[in-house]
Ligand binder design. Sequence first.
Ligand SMILES: [Zn+2]
Length: 300
Amino acid sequence: MRICADVGGSFVDIAMVGADASIHHRAKFPTPTRDWGAFVDVFRQFQHSHADKMAPDDPISMAIAGLPAPDSGRIISANIECTRGRRLAHDLSEELGRPVFVINDADAFVLGEARLGVAKGHRRVFGIILGTGVGGGVIEDGRVVTGAHGIGGEWGHGQIIFPSPTMPGAVPLFQCGCGRMGCLDTVGSARGLERLHQFLHDEKASSNEITSGFAAAAPKAAATVQYFTDILAGVLSVVLNSFPATIVPVGGGLSNSAELIAEIDRKVRINMLDAPDEPILAATRLGGDAGLIGAYFAAD
Ligand SMILES: [Zn+2]
């Protein structure tokens, strides 16, 4: 058994995970974002409570909303302040006395889906997360490809231009959290869908309201989703023309809308140079467990 955790900006989801990826003794704690001591204590206490179920050298493995640099292991981008710049795996291992593995949470999602989820059996997988932001991860032959800088799969950043064939005028270049202007992340996520709806109709609506409205053919929601999927599918088709994945697992809040995924899939395949006849996008099979299960395999 391994202690596996999915560490987000709000919660630490932590559990004992078995070799068959079964999940036991799951618990959820608010993330101590600023206090390193409190952050370590979450793991120390959980480890203490379940010490009898682990061998002394069984690892702790965590997915985190941050990017571990491949050479130093330092967290180079993170919502969780107390981990920023820290050699997280090394430092936690010193504190807890056992091996610690750290993987970016989007990479963990894709790894989980590739090993045991909807992408099982596929050699090349490009997984996407459409949640608070736009994330992604690359898998080749069952392994995460992070690249020299640890940012493999981060397709949500870098300025793009936002016109769609049907859009009345251009969308402004919104400020992105990464410091740039006009990243896909600013319009392609759940928050982006809401921002786009506000811009187009001067009306506040949640991403759930918009996707439900689209499914029910409500005109304003349908128009928003039209532009949203034009933009998202345009960029995704470029990614898939460059990295020939055979499946794109979709996670994050927007993956709950089958109608939305089908619409993105339809437009992606129109734009791909060599599109498959069957859908290439597929909603997550592991759902909220993908991060924990992906974290487990990160220690393999
Ligand atoms: Zn950005």
